[in-house]
Every structure is written in C-alpha cells, then in structure tokens.
Design a protein around this ligand. Structure first.
Ligand code: NAD
Length: 498
C-alpha cells in the first residue's frame, strides 16, 4: 500500500501513530494511506521554518521571484502526471484537474512579479525635511489548511504569495487527496526554495488544533466548510493570529427573460455539474425570472442533462466523475430526499446511480429539482454535489433578493442582454463575487478571491494585493533630516507636519 508521509525537514521520524485511508473514488478502493500528525510533529516543522525564514526574507525579492519562475516551469513540465494523480484521488476528470493546477499556477505567475508589488508607498516632503514611507515585512511563519476540492489551486493561492513575500509556510492539505500538495512542495524545493521554507504536514482536527494554538505561527489561511472556517477563525484569532477563513457557498444563477437561453443553459450545465458540483463556485441554484423563462429553461436543460456522461476520472469522454467519498455520496442523496420531502419536484433523479462497470465508485447522477423555495432546508444548505435546484422568481427584485438574503455569499451570476439590469444587479447584490454572463466568476490571480457572509470569516481575500496584505505586516517610517537644529524647546503637543 502506498504511504503518503509528511514532508518536513529531517523527515517524519518513522511510522505514524495514526493513518487515514485515501480512496480512489472512481472504483471505491483504498489506494494509499496518509500519515496523521500531531503537535510534536508540528513543533519540528515550525523549528525548521524558523531557522529558514530569516535568510529567506533577507534574500532580495528578485531571488525569491526566480524560485517562483522555476517552480512554475517544473509544474508545467509535470502537468499531465500531476493532473492524473489529482484526478485519481479527488475524482474530477483529468482535463478539469489540469484547470485546478493551472488556476493555482496563475497565482504563482502573479507572485513572480513580487519585486514590483512590494515596492510600496513613499511620500517625499510630508513636512519640513520629513519623508514618510511604508515597507511590507513578512509575517514570519504562515500556515495553510486546505479543502479536498481544489488540491492544486488552493495550496498555490496561499503558499505562492506567502513564500514570495518572504515567509516560511506550513501546508496542511486535506487528508482525502494529499498527494498533489506533497508533490507541489517537492517541486518548490527542487525549484530552489531553501529547506524549511515550504513543508507539508498531514492530519485531521488534531493537527489543525495544533496549528491554531502554535505560538510561532503568525498567520493562518483556511479554506473549507463554513462551520470549520468559523471555528478556525475564532480559535486562531483568540490566539492572536491573523486569520482568513473561506467557507461554503450556495451560488445562484439568475436567468433574466432576455438572456441568450442556449448559451446560459450550456454555461449552467457546466457550472452545476462540472466536478460533480464539488466547487465552491459551482452554480447549484438557478433562478429563472418569469414563468415563461422557467419553462424555456427546463425544456432546454433536460436534453443537455440527459447527454451528460458520468464516468471514471481517467475516462477522457466523461463530463464529470465520482464524488470524493462514499459518505459524501450518501449525504448528497439524503439532501435530494430531504428536498423531495420538502416539496421539491424531482425532474431528474441522480440517486442510486452507477455507471456500467464502475460498481464500487462513489457516483451521483445529475439531479434537477424544480419548485424549490427559500424556506426549504435543502435550499438553505450547501449540498456540494451534482444537484441543480430551480427557484422560480416572478421579477428582478425577488431574484435579486434571493442570493442577497441567503446565508452564503460567495459567488452569483446573472444572465441577461440588458446592461442596465446587469449593472444594477452587480451593484446591489449582497455577494462577494459576481458574474455577468459568466457562470463561474473566479477572479483572475491579480484580482482577489473571497465571498461575503458565511462564505468567509476575516477581512482579507485570497491572492492579488489582498493576499500580499495578508502575508505581510506593514511598517510606516516617518523620517526627519532637518538641515539645521530647529529653534524652540520640547513639543508637548502631537506633532503635525505644518
Ligand atoms: P472541510 O471543512 O471538511 O475540510 C477543510 C479542512 O479542514 C481540511 O484540511 C480538514 O482536514 C480540516 N478539518 C476537517 N474537519 C475539521 C475539524 N473538525 N476541525 C478542524 N479542522 C478540520 O471541507 P472539505 O469537505 O475538505 O471541502 C469542501 C468545503 O470547502 C465546501 O464547503 C466548500 O464550499 C468549501 N470551499 C470553499 C472555498 C472558498 O473559497 N470559499 C473554496 C473551496 C472549497
């Protein structure tokens, strides 16, 4: 049985006390075991990070950028192998796995420009003989705790920026698909990052708690489900750390009566069912505005859904693959049953679905449910599977209110040909990321990613300048170089610049 060990300086020190199985969701077999670490192991990783961080921060930013350039080259060279490994543990299809890695690499590309980004602010002559400037200095040791659904992209969101800024970084990836995160850390070392600058520790709650409580870790970035995000935020902040914690989602796609319906349906099918719906930026709720729009939408959706091919993650003809675990499959099927019992009308039922020859795998067929209403618990909660719920809205204002009032506020999309409606919607909707005729509005790497309400705890977003702010402390220097000794005695009032 393949064993996935921690990647820390000096090695993990032998067989772990605890391990967890890593499944191949396409056929349901256990394909590897991953070590589960504890506070003592974390202490060793932190000690190595502390030793490495000072010299790394002192290296000029061009040198750190060169390591990022080389890392990008190495990941690109290994893209096929990494994508297959990712697909085999996560269940997403290989083409989608490449997208997962590529979106992370785009953050690394952003980090390659770190010398420019870190230049910061300067005011010449803020007062007589006075200059004011600010400098960003790395936090020291940062940690990242990541979810199963983007094992390539999300670790790179975090360590790409943190390391380029001069921090040492400890990654705690999901124990369900840990192999690609480990490979990424190996490639970063191969690219020239000094030992200790990027380490990977595995584990569950025990390791997460050790990270949250470790006095030498200054900043923690978390992505996962909302209850755990909130817990991480509260406990980390109570320990005096900087914490950003991204949580769950329930993104709505609003279809206005004037939308290009064929295009919107194509986008919707990809966004609702791609990656088996296991994306925080999936579109699991569609809101047709007006009864006529709803009827046209359903008429076009049904054949598109019927044409979906669900198969093994390594099958190039599959549109999407299995979900991550048998427990997750069972939970999704329970939500479908709950929605039905709450009055949802099931138009396509993906329960008890097994593609031929893939009997042991964790598959859920595409599911379409009509007449879902905002009072249903299945609407209120994240299902995180290939389930599309239709919530009919009579007009624009009600459609706008649905995502605005929902507990989650990660992403939202509107499909329309009316620029004014789109503009109004973008300005007024109470959600962090908005797509206008764009189904999955994940911002590019030099902008920032983050939701509102229960989709994110903490103040700063991932990557872009928000990421740079998160992984650095700002120091502001006010310097006076007078050309002569000023007249007068001590000043007992707050200094002003005159
Ligand atoms: P999860 O919350 O179960 O796990 C996330 C991380 O927390 C993992 O590393 C896991 O080991 C750890 N963890 C699990 N249980 C814990 C506990 N009790 N105490 C402390 N740590 C614990 O999430 P997941 O199932 O891996 O990922 C799916 C979730 O992540 C979905 O809710 C999805 O919406 C969300 N997500 C959000 C974003 C975003 O940017 N907002 C992006 C991707 C995924």
């Amino acid at each position: 049985m393949r064993f996935i060990d921690h990647l820390i300086v000096g090695g993990s020190g032998g067989a772990p006390a605890r391990k967890a199985p890593v499944f191949n969701p396409s056929n349901g077999t256990v394909q590897a075991e991953v070590a589960l670490g504890d506070a003592a192991l974390l202490d060793r990783a932190v000690a190595a990070a502390q030793a490495a961080q000072g010299p790394w921060a002192a290296a000029n930013p061009q040198r750190r950028a060169r390591v990022m350039f080389e890392f990008k080259r190495l990941v690109e060279a290994d893209m096929q192998e990494l994508a297959e490994l990712l697909a085999s543990e996560h269940g997403k299809v290989v083409a989608d796995a490449k997208g997962d890695i590529q979106r992370g690499l785009e953050v690394v590309e952003f980090a390659c420009g770190i010398p420019h980004v870190l230049k910061d602010e300067y005011t010449n002559g803020a007062g007589p003989g006075i200059d004011v400037y600010s400098m960003r200095q790395p936090i020291g040791i940062g940690a990242g705790i990541t979810p199963f659904n983007f094992p390539g992209m999300i670790p790179m969101w975090m360590f790409g920026v943190a390391i380029a800024c001069g921090n040492a970084f400890i990654l705690k990836p999901s124990e369900r698909d840990p192999s690609v995160p480990v490979r990424l850390c190996e490639l970063m070392l191969e690219a020239g990052a000094p030992e200790g600058i990027l380490q990977c520790v595995h584990g569950d709650k025990e390791m997460v708690d050790a990270i949250l409580d470790h006095p030498a870790i200054g900043a923690i970035s978390f992505v996962g489900s909302s209850d755990i995000a909130n817990y991480v935020y509260q406990r980390g902040a109570a320990n005096g750390k900087r914490v950003q914690a991204m949580g769950g989602a329930k993104n709505h796609g609003i279809i206005m009566p004037d939308a290009d319906i064929d295009r919107a349906v194509g986008d919707l099918v990809g966004a609702a069912f791609g990656s088996a719906g296991e994306r925080c930026m999936a579109l699991p709720v569609v809101v047709p505005v007006g009864e006529g729009t709803a009827e046209r939408l359903i008429e076009k959706l049904l054949p598109e859904i019927a044409a979906l091919n669900v198969g093994a993650s390594l099958d190039p003809s599959a549109h999407y693959g299995p979900v991550v675990t048998a427990q997750h499959k069972a939970r999704i099927e329970e939500w479908i049953a709950t929605c039905e019992s709450e009055g949802g009308q099931i138009l396509v039922d993906g329960r008890d679905f097994t593609p031929q020859g893939l009997e042991g795998g964790f598959y859920v067929g595409p599911t379409l449910i009509d007449h879902v209403t905002p009072d249903m618990t299945s609407y209120h909660n994240e299902i995180f599977g290939p389930v599309l719920q239709i919530v009919r809205a009579p007009d624009f204002e009600i459609a706008l209110a649905l995502p605005s009032r929902h507990q989650y506020g990660n992403g939202v999309a509107i499909f329309t040909r009316n620029g004014h409606a789109a503009r109004e919607f973008a300005a007024r909707v109470n959600v962090g990321m908005v797509g206008i005729n764009v189904p999955i509005p994940v911002p590019v790497a030099y902008h920032t990613f983050g939701g509102w309400k229960r989709s994110a705890f903490g103040d700063t977003n991932q990557h872009g300048m928000e990421g740079v702010k998160f992984w650095n402390k700002i120091k502001t220097i006010t310097a006076r170089w007078p050309d002569s000794t000023p007249e007068g005695g001590n000043a007992f009032i707050i200094p002003t610049m005159g």
